[in-house]
Design a protein around this ligand. Structure first.
Ligand code: UN1
Length: 498
């Protein structure tokens, strides 16, 4: 049996946990157990399931600091962001604890007498949830919490890089009253997960796939789901544009682009992809942005820094590959080097020991345009591209042209530009005078095109992912009344005119 060693990405000598990697047979067995537990969980009255979510939420609150410390230690995001990551779990529990007492259906009049129509939300069944390492607490909760309150059971496959966080979270769910077979956690690599899931689908043990991660893997899972006539809930990549109009508040732009581009070392799906700036303010914005990025403090994520390490070496290697896509007509700014920060390739003002972790220089690639590989490549690291535009219509075209459509932002003081941008942008989410990152936990979260299949998480909208509508018609007339045929007709005069 192979083992995964999860290390602190800011300090390799700190082993956070060692976990056995599940085989495809283990994944299948977890799906079997979750499937077997589903009917009993669905039979728990929904308000009682809502109480469990309330209890879980209180426990996340009581354990917020210790879980956040683990998030920073195992995944590497700065502690303030780790606190936000866990707070998003609490917010999600707060939102859904009342859903157990709603889960509204409708009563609808029938076209015939002595007959009544109803709708009910019913759980989908068992869900396989596969999540990425960048939001190790918040994003899994977006799936797990609504799936639980609506009566589903879950097999959760977190990123192996955040195995300790996943186990800690599962223990909080169990302590809050979730039965162990209702939420199973498997740590497995991609092939074992895929094969186990495929076997479970063939045995009809899994009715829903939830996946947050790359567009490429999302496509494969979507094909697999499609073969089993299922529609997955997908939250995929982004190349999120921030459009800066000439009337924008440049201080806000710089602050927003710094956080969106380089917070979490650029490893959010909502991270800033390209900063599109109107020609009139281009040089001024670039100068201010470059200055801010050059002077940002990077290093130990427990210190006061903009960002810490990459999640693990794999992400640093991918970042290096993206640096190889920089072309001659583009210019590079932002740091005292590019690629990995080491004592031989230092970053001015670095806090801590760069050789002990997977740290990367922040990089701004200026002069990007359609046709460049970096124009339509999601970089998922501390790399922001910049480009120029002359009109808002052109900016919208540039912002949509790569086919991703997750998050977006416009900075302007003109309401007309806001509305035109909102109508024109293909992204599922847009911000006005705020960063592309930082979605609140009760708004629909999700994307279009290469960013997803239109499914939405969070708030009331995610209920449609984890429930299906069942309709019921109840005839108490004591006779067979045929719809469309035995319908009462009231006389009217079609020739009437005043
Ligand atoms: C993600 O990167 O997968 O909007 C989720 C944000 C966070 C969630 C990001 N609240 O940046």
């Amino acid at each position: 049996m192979s083992t995964y060693v999860s290390r602190n990405p800011a300090r390799f000598d700190d082993v956070v946990t060692e976990v056995p990697l599940a085989t495809s047979a283990d994944v299948l067995a977890a799906c079997e157990a979750a499937h077997d537990a589903q009917a009993a969980w669905a039979a728990v009255p929904a308000p009682a399931r809502g109480r469990v979510i309330a209890q879980v939420g209180r426990l996340f609150e009581a354990n917020k600091e210790s879980l956040s410390r683990l998030v920073t230690r195992e995944m590497g995001k700065v502690y303030a962001e780790a606190l936000g990551d866990v707070q998003e779990v609490i917010d999600t529990c707060d939102f859904f604890l009342g859903e157990g007492r709603r889960l509204y259906g409708q009563t609808i009049p029938s076209e015939m007498p002595d007959k009544q129509l109803f709708t009910f939300r019913v759980p989908v069944g068992t869900a396989m949830i596969i999540t990425a390492g960048n939001f190790p607490a918040a994003v899994p909760s977006w799936y797990i919490v609504p799936a639980l309150v609506t009566g589903n059971t879950i097999v959760w496959k977190p990123a192996e890089q955040t195995a300790a966080i996943a186990h800690a979270m599962a223990e909080i769910f169990y302590a809050g009253g979730v039965p162990r077979d209702v939420l199973k956690v498997v740590i497995a690599d991609g092939p074992a997960t895929y094969d186990g899931l495929e076997a479970a689908l063939q045995k009809r043990l899994v009715q829903k796939i939830g996946f947050t991660g790359s567009t490429e893997v999302g496509r494969r899972l979507s094909e697999l789901a499609g073969r089993h006539l299922q529609s997955p809930c997908l939250e995929l990549g982004g190349k999120n544009p921030m459009v800066v109009m000439p009337d924008a508040d440049v201080d806000l732009v710089v602050e927003g682009a710094l956080f969106a581009g380089f917070g979490t070392a650029g490893q959010r799906c909502t991270s800033l992809g390209t900063l599109w700036v109107h020609r009139d303010v281009y040089d001024a914005v670039r100068a201010r942005y470059v200055h801010a990025v050059e002077n940002a403090v990077i290093g130990d994520p427990f210190e006061s820094v903009l960002y810490g390490p990459m999640i693990d070496e794999k992400y640093l290697l991918t970042h290096d590959k993206h640096l190889g896509l920089i072309q001659d007509h583009q210019s590079v700014y932002g740091s005292t080097g590019v690629g990995r920060i080491t004592s031989h390739n230092p970053r001015a003002g670095f806090v801590g020991d760069p050789d002990a972790g997977w740290f990367a220089h922040p990089t701004i690639v200026d002069g990007v345009r359609p046709g460049d590989t970096l124009y339509d490549t999601e970089t998922f690291g501390p790399l922001v591209t910049m480009g120029v535009f002359d009109t808002l219509d052109e900016a919208i075209e540039l912002a949509n042209g790569h086919g991703y459509g997750l998050s977006s932002a416009i900075y302007t003081s003109d309401p007309k530009s806001v509305w035109r941008f909102r109508e024109g942008i293909s992204a599922g989410m847009m911000s006005v005078n705020n960063s592309t990152s930082g979605a609140e936990a009760h708004l629909p979260f999700g994307g279009n095109g290469l960013s997803g299949n239109g499914s939405r998480q969070s708030g009331i909208w995610v209920l449609d992912q984890f429930t299906r509508w069942q309709s019921m018609n109840w005839d108490y007339s004591g006779k067979l009344q045929k719809a469309q045929m035995d319908v009462a007709e009231l006389p009217f005069d079609p020739d009437f005119r005043l």
